[in-house]
Ligand binder design. Structure first.
Ligand SMILES: [Zn+2]
Length: 157
């Protein structure tokens, strides 16, 4: 004869769907219990969970950098990098950086993104929202400056 534990194990193997459904029903009918359980688990494994989340975030960002480059596409700096939506976010990609990285990876690294350093990214935002520049970004301004004969004098000193 099987022991109780063995019988349970066998039942789980033979009826995985039934077991899953029963568990789902239990969770649904005991929301507070589940909440408490989750909270207890989090308290017990807090450091581990945080570390794992941090690592996962780093991996997501690294995947994006692997594709879009590990230096700023404007000034070549390798510090404080961010993934930038060229031309500003027009609402079809997420704003939150974590969700943005996941979105980019899920969408197989679409065109229209690039690596910028924090300074270039902030400058782009400032320029874009400046009332006198009418929504132009750093690229438009740089392009305009490139046309001028004194461009090199401006930037190479
Ligand atoms: Zn830069």
């Amino acid at each position: 004869m099987f022991s109780g534990a063995e019988r349970t194990k066998r039942y789980k193997l033979v009826h995985p769907d039934k077991v899953r459904q029963t568990e789902r029903n239990y969770r649904k009918s005991h929301p507070q219990k589940m909440k408490d359980k989750k909270a207890r688990y989090y308290l017990k494994h807090r450091e581990e969970i945080r570390k794992k989340a941090k690592e996962e975030l780093k991996n997501l960002f690294n995947l994006c950098l692997d594709h879009y480059g590990r230096s700023c596409s404007l000034c070549k700096s390798e510090n404080n990098l961010v993934i930038d939506h060229v031309g500003g976010n027009n609402g079809d990609s997420p704003k939150n950086y974590r969700t943005l990285w996941v979105w980019i990876i899920k969408n197989a690294f679409p065109f229209g993104f690039r690596t910028l350093c924090g300074s270039c990214n902030r400058l782009d935002g400032l320029i874009r929202h400046h009332p006198l520049l009418g929504g132009k970004g750093i690229d438009d301004i740089l392009e305009k400056m490139r046309d001028r004969s004194n461009y090199n004098a401006l930037f190479k000193s």
